[in-house]
Ligand binder design. Structure first.
Ligand SMILES: [Zn+2]
Ligand SMILES: [Zn+2]
Length: 377
């Protein structure tokens, strides 16, 4: 069976903003919610379809993959409406009222293994690492399932018993007019079971604090503020619930002279007047190291050479930005007698200076827009 386009499912444009997607999903979810369409298989399917579409389009990384490769880009199992996050976000308190767990577990009561918390780790990397990509290991403190009791929280030889308050459902349900109201059970905190003889290692929590070493692969081209999601590497869920995700937020150190804007890199090189006037061989810095470069005769101070495709790699693998190298005249502060004499001779041979102000960037006869020279190759 072929899948419908996610944008079509939610009825939004391909460039829809996050808020639009959220609101479109909310509408669909309310319209097709099984509590409003009792016994309708079609409504249930539509409800799930909308949830799946939202799970992808509300997630920056997944949406980008979907935009590029369609459903194939997400792979199998990439979207599991049972576990996706953001659901609570979007419906807020409504999630509770509707008892969504039921819908996603095929009508069975949800026994509340709660999902563990997401974690954030701030990772500083060098400019070179962001340009070339890197693999690094990080150490994170997090809650992991207790090995002694295998996450149950019960001492060895004993078992957690079914919660008497909710009969193991994890939820208490009421009929309230049109809706079924479900609330998390207070006695077992949604787990459905109670530990009467707690494990000593974790004091019945089923989880223990650990330091975990993880390897993080940083894609080339990553910029400050971008984050990597390590699925299921967050905190373990209480009562044996699934782990949350770990978000690694990237901070890239400044480079001594390259400045990044988008995927373009900028730097400035001071040159002597004779080199600019006569032209000459210089060396320019690139991400791959210094390279020879020919400055053409009569180059104005402030000219920018655009080396196409020599900037930062795009983080999603779509080519590279440009390298913009500006040259500016460097005026010597100290001169020997001979040098002064030569300059005086040169000055005397040039046309007399005229006091003629020009707009910024138009000192030469060509103007600002001619001063970016495209260099292919
Ligand atoms: Zn334990
Ligand atoms: Zn209970």
């Amino acid at each position: 069976m072929s899948k419908r386009d996610y944008y079509e499912v939610l009825g939004v444009a391909r460039d829809a903003a996050d808020a639009e997607i959220k609101s479109a999903y909310r509408k669909q979810a309310l319209k097709h919610h099984p509590d409003r369409n009792p016994g309708s298989k079609e409504a249930e399917e539509k409800f799930k379809e909308a949830a799946e579409a939202y799970a992808v389009l509300a997630d920056e990384d997944k949406r980008r993959l979907y935009d590029r490769f369609g459903h194939a880009g997400l792979g199998s199992g990439a979207v599991d409406p049972n576990v996706f996050t953001g659901f609570e976000d979007i419906l807020g308190g409504l999630g509770d009222i509707f008892g969504f767990g039921d819908v996603f577990s095929g009508g069975r009561q949800r026994r509340g293994p709660q999902r563990g918390a997401d974690l954030r780790y701030d990772l500083e990397i060098s400019f070179e690492e962001s340009a070339a990509g890197a693999e690094t290991s990080i150490q994170i403190p997090r809650q992991e399932p207790c090995e002694i009791c295998e996450g149950t929280g019960a001492a060895s030889g004993s078992k957690p018993s079914t919660c008497t308050q909710c009969q193991g459902r994890g939820q208490l349900r009421y009929q309230q007019g049109f809706f079924t109201v479900a609330r998390t059970c207070g006695q077992c905190r949604g787990s459905g079971s109670v530990v009467s003889n707690p494990c000593t290692a974790c004091r019945g929590a089923g989880r223990v604090q650990k330091e975990r070493k993880l390897t993080v692969r940083i894609p080339a081209g990553i910029a400050t503020g971008q984050r990597l999601r390590l699925s299921r590497e967050g905190e373990a869920g209480p009562g044996g619930g699934p782990a949350g995700d770990l978000y690694v937020v990237i901070h890239v150190q400044d480079h001594p002279f390259f400045q990044r804007e988008g995927n373009d890199l900028f730097c400035e090189i001071p040159l002597n007047y004779p080199t600019l006037a006569l032209g000459g061989e210089i060396r320019i810095p690139t991400l791959e190291g210094d390279e020879p470069f020919t400055v053409p005769e009569g180059t104005q101070s402030g000219t920018t050479f655009n080396l196409r495709g020599r900037g930062m790699p795009d983080v999603s693998g779509r080519g590279r930005g440009n390298l913009m190298v500006s040259v500016k005249v460097s005026t010597p502060k100290k001169l020997t007698k001979d040098q002064k004499k030569l300059l005086q001779q040169l000055g005397a041979s040039l046309p007399k200076e005229k006091f003629e102000p020009t707009p910024v960037g138009e000192q030469d006869d060509k103007g600002l827009f001619d001063r970016v020279k495209d260099i292919f190759g």
